[in-house]
Design a protein around this ligand. Structure first.
Ligand SMILES: Cc1cc2nc3c(=O)[nH]c(=O)nc-3n(C[C@H](O)[C@H](O)[C@H](O)COP(=O)(O)O)c2cc1C
Length: 408
């Protein structure tokens, strides 16, 4: 666990979590930091939990000791949202400090009761309510529901201009003691930008409308620092992560970047032959592309790649009168996360009846995905030269469409 100073009287407690699936589902190859913050005015508040704390009082005592904080003096626990990655420590915290007061939204108060049976000393706050910690630290609350739980608030310290933004403006990627944009090199910033897209696509994407509303609401504040619940703290250039999040939200309906994501699966290598051919065509076209084989590549990786890409190529065979099942599973997830408005093309092998296309159409309709498809190419068994040539023509058409969509 790292303890670092964010600003006057303001500290970040950060814990890296690795070797788990985040939300029990998403692969996090570079880990994720869980951030909790302490503000020491005349009174002390902790914002969100220290979920990496092992529950042993002495280890938290030692940590707080570094900051000259007596755990019993923490008067307020501000819950920005009740997702257990931040709230899961509350019962342990009660063991060392039974008298703290909770400050949270109305919905968080309901969830606090439902999850942990905690109802005492709870103050419900709403937009523009304030909490005065003394020494100038007046905290103002902003409701930003559905980013990404319905109970979410952001907390703004009017003295330091710090927005404790909860899951908004977060990223994956382990933290170090240099967990601040002003302490990172541009390569590190690029690393966290990739981790932010992955975080956005996996965790927040389905809530892009609420994200836009939250950004509008928070932009009215005189923000100097953005301190999210995950990832790095933005002190030098908080506008960068705001602008990045505006961009990520806009990718939902497309166009996104001038990139193509090729998702493919194959049982016996027939579709794979055409995939190998297509990779060469894409290289010739000199467009950035990412290739993901399903089910080998995780949903989270495919989703992050698709979120960034204006063009999607799908390659899969027919399987029991439907499409190759791992492809259907990934497409369902893209539909649920609202990856809409892509330029797309599909090809694949079949044996006797076909059927993959029918299921693809069903998924597109079910989630109203509005992908603009070029006519598909299906071939029986192994692709012949004429099949490959037709596929090549359509891939080149797709590349043109992607470039037009991004540059028009
Ligand atoms: C388990 C299984 C189920 C299949 N079901 C169908 C089917 O319903 N309709 C069809 O036309 N072909 C079906 N096929 C044939 C495949 O689509 C065909 O072998 C195709 O060439 C496989 O391409 P791949 O090597 O890229 O996986 C099936 C093949 C397998 C192994």
């Amino acid at each position: 666990m790292n303890v670092t100073k964010v600003s006057d009287d303001t500290y970040l407690l950060s814990v890296n979590v690795e070797n788990i699936l985040f939300e029990g589902l998403w692969e996090i190859p570079n880990g994720v930091a869980l951030n909790s913050y302490i503000i020491k005015g005349e009174k002390t508040a902790i914002i969100d939990g220290v979920c990496g704390w092992d529950g042993v009082p002495e280890s938290l005592f030692a940590l707080l000791d570094k900051l000259n904080i007596d755990p019993k003096s923490i008067e307020y626990l501000i819950i920005n949202h009740m997702e257990p990655d931040h709230s899961g420590w509350i019962e342990d915290f009660k063991k060392i400090n039974p008298n703290f007061k909770v400050v949270c939204s109305k919905k968080s108060a309901e969830l606090l009761d439902a999850f942990y049976g905690h109802t005492e000393n709870v103050t419900v706050v709403t937009d523009d309510d304030t909490l005065d910690l003394g020494n100038g630290h007046i905290l103002k609350f902003v409701e930003i529901p559905n980013v990404h739980w319905p109970d979410t608030i952001a907390t703004f310290d009017t003295l330091t201009g710090t927005l404790f933004s909860c899951d908004a403006f977060g990223s994956f990627g382990n933290a170090t003691e240099s967990n601040y944009d002003d302490m990172l090199k541009s390569d590190d910033i690029d690393f966290y930008e990739n981790e932010a897209v992955r975080y956005y696509a996996n965790i927040v994407a389905a809530f892009s409308m609420p994200v836009k509303k939250a950004i509008d609401k928070c932009s009215a504040l005189p923000i100097k620092i953005i301190a999210p619940g995950h990832g790095i703290v933005w002190r030098e250039n908080p506008n960068k992560i705001i602008e990045d999040y505006i961009r990520y939200a806009s990718y939902q309906k497309g166009p996104a970047k001038e990139e193509i994501t090729l998702i493919w699966g194959s049982m016996y290598g027939m579709t794979e032959k055409a995939v190998n051919y297509v990779v060469k065509v894409l290289e010739e076209e000199n467009i950035k592309f990412n290739v993901h084989r399903v089910p080998e590549v995780s949903w989270g990786t495919v989703l992050a790649s698709a979120w960034n890409s204006t063009g999607i190529i799908l390659a899969m065979p027919t399987y029991e009168y439907k499409m190759f099942p791992p492809m259907a599973a990934v497409l369902e997830e893209l539909g649920k996360k609202k990856v809409f408005g892509r330029k797309a093309f599909r090809f694949g092998s079949y044996g006797w009846s076909g059927g993959a296309q029918k299921e693809l159409d069903e998924i597109m309709n079910k989630y109203c995905m509005k992908w603009d498809f070029i006519e598909p190419v299906e071939f029986k068994g192994s692709p012949r030269d004429e099949d490959l040539q037709l596929i090549e023509t359509r891939i080149r058409d797709l590349v043109k469409e992607v470039r037009n969509a991004v540059n028009s």
